[in-house]
Design a protein around this ligand. Structure first.
Ligand code: HEC
Ligand SMILES: [Cu+2]
Length: 354
């Protein structure tokens, strides 16, 4: 008895804890776009059918259990045998077939509909009609390239609302998985082939969800897998186009003197060998070994996980290992003095599109 209670209370605790996890910016149960809505609808449909089947079966089971119990009908009594009853046989063949059809037709339709990425193959694709984003997953950061505009960003994905956004996915080291819970998915990023799918971001729901959606790596990839987050910022088409323009005409400013000093240090300390600081990164992919920092000053988070403030930025530059174990920046430069960290941070905060 005690054991059962212990288990029950544990179950209750877990249920209560998990019920707190439904934030609109990271929940599959609060779809924020057509793709996610369709997937949610399929989940509800199949759960509904399963629940109905379980209820009916349990009801018949309980009825039979009570009606034919030995205590009532005696030790030797045998209920009427119905083996080979045609009506019953037909009934329990036809009902499952109908249920499977109700479940199967919408599922297959949606699965094929959501896999339709033919526009990506078009030779003369108009980026105004179908936006393509090349996603490259790395231990433990994300790169987003807009091939039609020749610009690259990292850690933060900017997308227009209310239209299909097509993704071409790959990984540069090990297998990861690209997942934006509120928008649908997920899909693996592989090293040996490229996967494709599309997502949609509803303008109203995006606004309700707040500043951004969470993106996640959904494939265990190493010690900092759980910290491999990115942010998704959907915006109306017009704003998106303005953003693209500002990226295309990106100009670097070095405001303060400390920032100027930081810029020099960024070269001296080898940071530039991994990090580009303009959205047009001409290097081949294999050479892009760190996130593009052109818009670093506009990030919501540092390294995808830490709140954007001076303290966290200094801590990251000083010792990235203490924040993301096993990351690929650790140990790539010598120890930095406090004023050097300060100058680098000043410089990085000034990297913006405006
Ligand atoms: C060997 C390549 C390499 C070198 C050299 C390097 N970094 Fe990094 N850097 C990375 C990688 C990889 C990440 C992503 C880490 C992660 O999130 O797992 C990163 C992340 C960052 C971030 C966070 C980026 C973001 O989008 O939030 C900052 C800031 C940064 N590096 C600054 C520096 C500075 C300053 C230097 C020079 C002192 C430097 N890096 C040198 C590879 C490098
Ligand atoms: Cu990963």
């Amino acid at each position: 008895m005690w054991k059962t209670w212990r288990l029950l209370s544990l179950l209750l605790l877990v249920t209560l804890t998990l019920s707190g996890c439904g934030e609109p910016f990271v929940s599959t149960l609060r779809p924020a776009g057509e793709v996610a809505e369709d997937q949610f609808y399929l989940m509800v449909l199949s759960t509904f059918i399963m629940v109905v089947v379980v209820i009916v079966v349990m009801a018949i089971f309980t009825y039979v259990l009570v009606k034919f119990r030995r205590k009532k009908s005696g030790d030797e009594a045998l209920p009427k045998q119905v083996e080979g009853n045609k009506k019953l046989e037909i009934l329990w063949t036809v009902i499952p077939i109908i249920l499977l059809l109700i479940l199967g037709v919408p599922t297959v339709t949606h699965v094929f509909g959501q896999a339709d990425t033919k526009v990506m193959d078009k030779e003369k694709r108009n980026p105004e009609d179908a936006l393509v984003v090349n996603v490259r997953a790395n231990l433990y950061w994300w790169e987003f390239e807009y091939p039609d505009y020749g610009i690259v960003t990292s850690q933060e994905l900017i997308v227009p609302t209310d239209e299909k956004v097509y993704f071409q996915l790959k990984a540069s080291d090990v297998k990861h998985s690209f997942w934006i819970p509120s928008a649908g998915g997920k899909m693996d990023t592989n090293t040996e082939n490229e996967n494709r799918f599309f997502l949609m971001f509803d303008s109203k729901k995006s606004a309700e969800a707040g500043e951004y959606f969470y993106g996640k790596c959904a494939e265990l990839c190493g010690p900092s897998h759980a910290l491999m987050d990115f942010k998704v910022k959907p915006m109306p088409k017009k704003e998106f186009q303005d953003w693209v323009k500002s990226m295309e005409n990106y100009e670097q400013s070095t405001a303060s003197a400390t920032a100027g000093q930081g810029k020099e240090l960024f070269k001296e300390k080898n940071c530039l060998s991994c990090h580009a600081v303009t959205p047009k990164d001409e290097r081949p992919e294999q050479a892009r070994t760190g996130p593009n920092l052109a818009t670093f000053g506009e990030r919501s988070k540092i390294a995808g996980v830490k709140d954007f403030n001076d303290e966290n930025l200094h801590a990251w530059i000083k010792d990235p290992e203490s924040i993301k174990p096993g990351n690929k920046m650790t140990g790539s430069y010598g120890e930095l003095k406090d004023d050097e960290i300060q100058a680098l941070a000043e410089y990085l905060k000034g990297l913006k599109t405006e």
